[in-house]
Write a protein that binds this ligand. Structure first.
Ligand SMILES: C[S@@+](CC[C@H](N)C(=O)[O-])C[C@H]1O[C@@H](n2cnc3c(N)ncnc32)[C@H](O)[C@@H]1O
Length: 266
């Protein structure tokens, strides 16, 4: 669908103050935020600038939503007279977030459109995720900064995208026997959506339980497990049959395949 047909773009056009968003974001906003429209939610956006997005979100989510804006610039307080809640502070300060959530409590959506540095994005994500309600989302935009050298000093081992990849490992460690992280968010994050320039984390503590196997206890026909069988056309199979070897060759097959897979990582 053309972004011009999205609800969020229509709200963007209606805003009476200036707002700059990337055109690809509108379809993503509609996809991520559709279910929260006309609901009694608490929506937080970091980054107010000229105030345009506050009005856009008010129009998009409807009157029942509480729209909270956060910015470093104290002049952003001017938007309070329109019914927005404005907090002045630094998104990379743990202390700011502690005070913020002490006052507001848990929220439904946090959208980070603030300073976009690795440090700001990572501290914000870490501080906000535990304070998002089940069914809510942490959305970080402009994550292409993770790949930009000028001004953002990326790519770096400690970029936001690399941190998101660590979270992929983190949530997979709910599977028994896998490495757990000391600094983990696995009890909050149910799902991650990766888009161009946007990463979104779905929060749902109830769906983040440790994984385990379950059997339905129905008739088991005991089939042969073909997983480790060698393809008859491979050299390994020919060697194995020629020398009448008993080894199952799992590891050499893994090495061979890893070599063949190399091109997909280029
Ligand atoms: C991209 S603009 C926000 C634009 C706005 N969301 C819109 O769509 O119209 C970024 C804003 O983030 C604010 N900002 C930058 N660093 C910040 C920080 N560390 N904490 C809070 N706000 C910050 C800037 O003051 C600026 O107003």
């Amino acid at each position: 669908m053309s972004f011009k047909k999205t609800k969020s773009y229509k709200s963007f056009l209606k805003s009476k103050y200036s707002c700059i968003k990337c055109i690809n974001y509108f379809n993503i906003y509609d996809e991520l935020f559709k279910k929260y429209r006309n609901q009694k939610i608490i929506f937080v956006e970091i980054g107010i600038f000229s105030g345009g997005s506050l009005f856009m979100w008010r129009d998009y989510f409807g009157k029942k939503a509480r729209i909270i804006g956060i910015d470093l610039n104290p002049e952003s307080k001017r938007f309070e007279k329109y019914g927005f809640e404005i907090f002045i502070g630094d998104q990379s300060s743990d202390k700011f977030w502690k005070n913020f959530f002490k006052k507001i409590g848990k929220v439904d959506i946090v959208l980070d459109d603030g300073g976009h540095t690795n440090y700001q994005q990572i501290i914000t994500t870490n501080q906000c995720i535990p304070m998002i309600k089940d069914g809510g989302k942490m959305v970080v935009e402009d994550v292409h900064t993770s790949f930009i050298k000028y001004n953002w000093y990326n790519p770096s081992k400690y970029s936001f995208i690399n941190y998101s990849k660590k979270i992929i490992e983190d949530i997979n460690s709910r599977f028994p026997g896998l490495k757990s992280f000391q600094f983990s968010l696995k009890k909050y994050i149910y799902k991650i959506d990766f888009f161009e320039s946007i990463v979104s984390f779905d929060i749902n503590r109830k769906l983040c339980k440790k994984n385990s196997f379950i059997e339905n206890n129905k008739k088991n026909i005991k089939p042969i497990e073909y997983r480790n069988f060698l393809n008859k056309r491979t050299i390994l199979y020919k060697l194995k049959t020629f020398f009448k070897l008993k080894t199952n060759f799992t590891y050499p097959v893994f090495i061979l395949n890893a070599f063949k897979l190399k091109k997909y990582f280029k």
